[in-house]
Design a protein around this ligand. Structure first.
Ligand code: PM9
Length: 459
């Protein structure tokens, strides 16, 4: 029976989607056909899909009802007005520009705010974010605290920015060489680790002093707010909505992938307080996304996102969400499986270096482990290590991140604790025979964001 520290689902099921399990021989064929890349598997061949929490959320009956009142006018849709007023109320920014998803917002912000040769420091890189920064001449600088790169270090706010690193960069290159600071809540590639309110406040103070802008990657705002309520003194009795509003009061704007905490399947936006940036974004959005009143989205999708944002602030919902993830991590940890600790908000990250100590990083242990998990169990996960990190734009050499992880990402409101048990059993069994996992090598390596389309074979 479940321990009472893990709450039952605060919803009941109204519609179901059947899934089937292929047998091992079929899975072997599928993973070879996919070039050992879990992104290349067909959804139909996957039993439990933990590839990502992006766009894979289950929408509520209220959101589906919202879909039916989609106003598909080319301009001035009523759903846009609802989304715009919801975003302004919840995040507190003056201006909102809709985009088809998060990277659409990253593209606009990077194009409009980065001069070639300027720095874009951030609390660890994210793949699409860094891509857009570098594509526009930006130089990414990692300023997350050191502990974020260590899977065994325990820190309640392991996503915090190291203020000393930020100060040193300002001193070294000068404030005018910094396009903006990118602060992600939570930090995806560090394991979904949160940033404390104290840290956000301190980053604001320091950047204000030097007249540097701060843009948040707001993608997992609700999970970050839950951790603040759970862990930071003075926030125990605040609502998630109050915490979110305070978090974003320390930023000049944000990019958002609506596909995660906003509980939708597609969508995003860019926010800012600066009127000039807003007007320039309004001009650019029509080139890449669509009218400033739809930004690449259908009216119905904007309505679903507006409703999803409100639902994401419900305490019972977000508590269950974070603790369901923690349950999976706790079961794995108890069995001795090496994972990133503390367990973050959206996923459990297996530490492939400790899981497969017989493989070097060049033998792509996380990619190999993700392929093995699919082969043995039909569970799809994602590599978050050297393959995802890509190559340095200047030297062409592989980035070699300290973190070599496999992400078991939990979609919101989709799976049950029974599914978590099944995943845990599969991973524990594989861990017992980890020595059998063979390394991989690239047979096709795309130039940009290589992890999506790369192909591999066993060494
Ligand atoms: N994240 C994820 O699976 C989906 C694509 S990358 C494999 O974690 C952050 C923190 C993200 C993120 C997407 C984006 C881009 C920005 N920031 O996917 O374009 O986790 O909506 O957002 C993915 P979009």
């Amino acid at each position: 029976m479940l321990d009472k520290k893990y709450p039952a689902e605060p919803y009941r099921v109204k519609s179901v989607e059947y899934v089937k399990m292929l047998d091992r021989a079929e899975r072997e064929k599928a993973i070879i056909t996919a070039g050992y890349n879990t992104f290349q598997l067909n959804s139909e061949d996957v039993y439990i899909d933990l590839l990502t929490d992006s766009g894979t959320n289950a929408m509520s009956d209220r959101q589906w009802a919202g879909i039916m009142v989609g106003d598909e006018a080319y301009a001035g849709s009523r759903n846009w007005h609802n989304l715009e007023s919801t975003v302004k109320e919840v995040f507190g920014f003056k201006y909102v520009i809709p985009t088809h998803q998060g990277r659409g917002a990253e593209n606009l912000l990077s194009k409009l705010s980065i001069k070639p040769g300027q720095y874009t420091p951030g609390n660890m890189y994210f793949t699409t974010t860094r891509y857009h920064q570098e594509a526009n001449g930006g130089i990414f600088k990692d300023i997350v605290i050191d502990e974020a790169h260590d899977t065994t270090a325990i820190n309640p706010f392991k996503g915090n920015i190291d203020l000393k690193k930020l100060e040193a960069l300002i001193k070294e290159v000068g404030a005018d060489k910094i396009a903006y600071v990118c602060l992600a809540v939570t930090v995806n590639l560090a394991g979904g680790q949160p940033v404390s309110m104290e840290n956000m406040r301190a980053v604001r103070e320091l950047t204000k002093k030097h007249k540097i802008k701060v843009f948040y990657d707001a993608t997992r705002y609700a999970e970050n707010a839950y951790f603040i309520k759970e862990r930071e003194k003075g926030y125990e009795n605040k609502t998630i909505k109050e915490i979110v509003l305070e978090m974003f009061s320390y930023a000049d704007g944000c990019t958002m992938s609506g596909k995660k905490d906003s509980l939708t399947n597609i969508g995003g936006f860019l926010c800012m307080n600066d009127e000039d940036l807003y007007l320039r974004s309004k001009e650019l959005v029509v080139v890449f996304e669509g009218m400033p009143s739809y930004g690449g989205l259908a009216g119905r999708d904007m309505e679903a996102m507006a409703i999803g944002i409100r639902e994401s602030l419900d305490f019972e919902y977000i508590k269950h969400r974070v603790l369901q993830v923690r349950y999976l991590g706790d079961v794995l940890k108890e069995a001795g499986v090496p994972i990133m600790e503390p367990i973050g908000g959206h996923a459990v990250f297996l530490d492939a270096r400790r899981f497969c100590p017989h493989l070097t990083q060049e033998q792509l242990p996380a990619q190999a482990l993700a392929a093995k998990i699919y082969l043995e169990s039909g569970v799809r996960s994602m590599e978050r290590g050297i393959v995802s990190a890509g190559r340095c734009v200047n030297t062409g050499k592989n980035h070699a991140p300290k973190l070599e992880l496999v992400r078991l990402t939990i979609p919101r409101r989709v799976y049950t604790y029974a599914h978590m048990d099944l995943v845990a059993r599969a991973v524990i069994d594989i861990y017992k025979n980890a020595k059998k996992i063979k390394g991989l090598k690239f047979v096709y390596e795309p130039k940009m964001l290589r992890f999506f389309n790369a192909r591999f074979e066993e060494i």
